[in-house]
Ligand binder design. Structure first.
Ligand SMILES: Nc1ncnc2c1ncn2[C@@H]1O[C@H](COP(=O)(O)OP(=O)(O)OP(=O)(O)O)[C@@H](O)[C@H]1O
Ligand SMILES: [Mg+2]
Length: 251
């Protein structure tokens, strides 16, 4: 579904990423791990063409390296950010309506929120957004609240749901579990496996080892901008270079 070849990112003279290649299939979770500053987020920035970069990106077999970020999103390659990125003054439900409309991105779809649009049509958009939220465990009580006012763990789930929309083929998640624990972590893990089982190709950057080792089918380890190892969670856990560079360090 998504294949990257030889990705490289430079910020001035700093080489943040070099020679990184991986691929992820539909119904698969690829984990990306590595120490702070390793280049993981830069890798997502390169894949989504939001920084100047080297290398190639293929989505469902088509070369999309030069496509602008919004077009990639419409083609079905979506991402979340390390920090939550909501429309803070819109409600949870309105954020979802916005995401659903952006999937289509025709002037007609955007006009759905305009005052002259029939109430009936708007109600339909609201109902679709509410269904999507409830389907992924975000209860009705939160729908009319601002994203910043709902529990933090639920905000992280909301980010994932916004990226997935009605079924993005490829979703990149940058540390979805950042700052959460316990039950929220379990909810997140089941959301990720659910999206995988629905057919999405997921790439998940994560520092929480228990989470990523339990949900990922394969893992890529990045250290100092380069690929250090790749394999199943069990293989990566036993890799000496990985233990040395990452898992052995206290973080
Ligand atoms: N916009 C930028 N301009 C300059 N340097 C940057 C920029 N973004 C990241 N860097 C640098 O590039 C390197 C890789 O950063 P990146 O954010 O990709 O790492 P990361 O693996 O996501 O780290 P973390 O686990 O802390 O999120 C770091 O040295 C970082 O300081
Ligand atoms: Mg990062």
């Amino acid at each position: 579904m998504l294949r990257v070849e030889n990705l490289g990112v430079r910020y001035g003279s700093l080489v943040a990423l070099e020679g990184v290649s991986w691929q992820v299939n539909a119904r698969e979770i690829l984990g990306i791990i590595g120490p702070n500053g390793a280049g993981k987020s830069s890798c997502f920035a390169a894949v989504t063409n939001s920084v100047p970069h080297q290398g190639e990106v293929y989505l469902n077999g088509a070369r999309v390296t030069d496509e602008p970020t919004p077009r990639l999103a419409r083609l079905g390659l979506r991402r979340t950010f390390q920090q939550n990125a909501f429309f803070g003054k819109l409600t949870v439900l309105e954020n979802v309506i916005g995401a659903l409309l952006a999937e289509h991105s025709t002037p007609l779809a955007f006009a759905l929120l305009a005052p002259w649009v029939e109430l009936r049509v708007r109600r339909r958009a609201e109902a679709a957004a509410a269904d999507l939220l409830e389907r992924f465990g975000i209860e009705a009580a939160y729908h009319d609240m601002l994203p910043g006012d709902i529990p933090y763990g639920t905000q992280r789930l909301l980010s994932v749901v916004l990226a997935y929309g009605t079924g993005a083929p490829a979703v990149l998640l940058d540390e979805p579990a950042a700052g959460i624990g316990g039950d929220d972590m379990k909810r997140l893990a089941s959301l990720l496996t659910e999206l995988r089982d629905l057919g999405t190709a997921l790439v998940v950057i994560e520092h929480h080892m228990d989470l990523i080792m339990s949900v990922a089918d394969r893992i890529v380890v990045i250290d100092q901008g380069r690929m250090l190892a790749t394999g199943t969670p069990a293989e990566v856990r036993q890799n000496a270079a990985v233990l040395e560079a990452y898992l052995g360090r206290s973080e």
